[in-house]
Design a protein around this ligand. Structure first.
Ligand SMILES: NC(=O)c1ccc[n+]([C@@H]2O[C@H](COP(=O)([O-])OP(=O)(O)OC[C@H]3O[C@@H](n4cnc5c(N)ncnc54)[C@H](OP(=O)(O)O)[C@@H]3O)[C@@H](O)[C@H]2O)c1
Length: 292
């Protein structure tokens, strides 16, 4: 039985990956900050969910020892980007290199760049560089926004359209190429059978580009609550985000607005690597958002 450590493996993408790796007979270690929040993973037959501080290099060295595969999926949309997106990936890559782990996979984000408009995207780029510096053969994936059951993106709008009579929408023209969570998982698994993927970076996208306005309109229609959408110009988008920053766990920040200034679409019409075919949003979203 092969062994895999999924750091950040208790979240949306990590849970889907854990299910697939467990079915493929991997023995999994899933560190978390709070074990009681991830009971859904403790029932996986080959998974061990452990409370651990993955920022501590000694703890990390213990977790990494003897693994065949290490995947870093830690990501945040607000908070200390330097710690979560730059320092931590560097520590993970150094620990994996020191322990001679044969495969390291790092999940970054589409449009990550050192000159990107947001701190989120710049920190993701710096994290990629930190990983490459310590472990050049890491495989890096850069997904566009990910959809699927329990996603936070489309599900958030589905909740909103239920209660709000109209939607004042920040950045209505922002462009996304949403990719299905199971397609992201398929790409991660496929790279294990493609040794040439070592040292490579892969954008991951779905088959179609949408504006944010189109996505919200689709979610409203699908969930049986079509609502008028009032697109906000950029200054009002920042104002809305600023107001939401005062809410605990508010759904939008000014940094998110800055991220949406960069098109979240794959270059040159590419979608998925390794000959995988991307799944259409319309083929999946009705199963978890649909009232129709
Ligand atoms: N979802 C998307 O649309 C999307 C799009 C592009 C890129 N990505 C990237 O894909 C990866 C996975 O995303 P996701 O949607 O699955 O995220 P998620 O559901 O929010 O899960 C985040 C994971 O990171 C861990 N985590 C968060 N903050 C941490 C911290 N400060 N220290 C240690 N662990 C921490 C959480 O662990 P515990 O809470 O259990 O400790 C959880 O397992 C991230 O790198 C994200 O940036 C996601």
């Amino acid at each position: 039985m092969k062994r895999a450590l999924l750091i950040g493996g208790t979240g949306f993408l990590g849970s889907a990956l854990a299910c697939r790796l467990s079915s493929a007979d991997f023995a999994l270690t899933l560190p978390t900050r709070r074990r009681e929040r991830v009971k859904h993973l403790t029932i996986l037959p080959t998974a061990s969910v452990v409370e651990a501080n993955v920022h501590d290099p000694a703890t990390l060295a213990q977790l990494v020892a003897g693994q065949d595969l290490v995947v870093n999926l830690v990501g945040i949309l607000r908070g200390d980007f330097e710690r979560a997106h730059v320092a931590l990936p560097g520590k993970i890559a150094r620990a994996a290199a020191a322990a001679h782990i044969p495969r390291l996979i790092h999940i970054s984000a589409l449009a990550a760049a050192s000159d990107a408009p947001s701190r989120y995207l710049r920190s993701k780029a710096a994290g990629e560089a930190a990983v490459r510096a310590a472990y050049p053969e890491a495989t890096i994936f850069q997904p566009s926004v990910i959809f699927g059951r329990n996603d936070s993106f489309l599900t958030l709008f589905a909740k909103l359209v239920r209660f709000a009579p109209f939607i004042p929408l920040a950045c209505p023209q922002a462009r996304f190429q949403p990719v299905w969570v199971e397609d992201v998982v398929a790409a991660i698994l496929a790279c294990l059978d493609h040794p040439e993927s070592k040292g490579q970076s892969y954008p991951l996208c779905g088959p179609r580009v949408y504006s944010l306005r189109e996505l919200v309109a689709y979610v409203g229609w699908l969930s049986g609550h079509p609502r008028p959408i009032i697109g906000l110009p950029l200054p009002l988008s920042y104002l809305q985000a600023w107001l939401m920053e005062w809410l605990p766990g508010g759904p939008l920040t000014r940094d998110n607005v800055r991220s949406m200034q960069a098109p979240n679409v794959c270059p040159d019409g590419c979608t998925l690597p390794f000959g995988l075919t991307p799944t259409a949003l319309e083929a999946v979203a009705p199963s978890y958002l649909g009232a129709r």
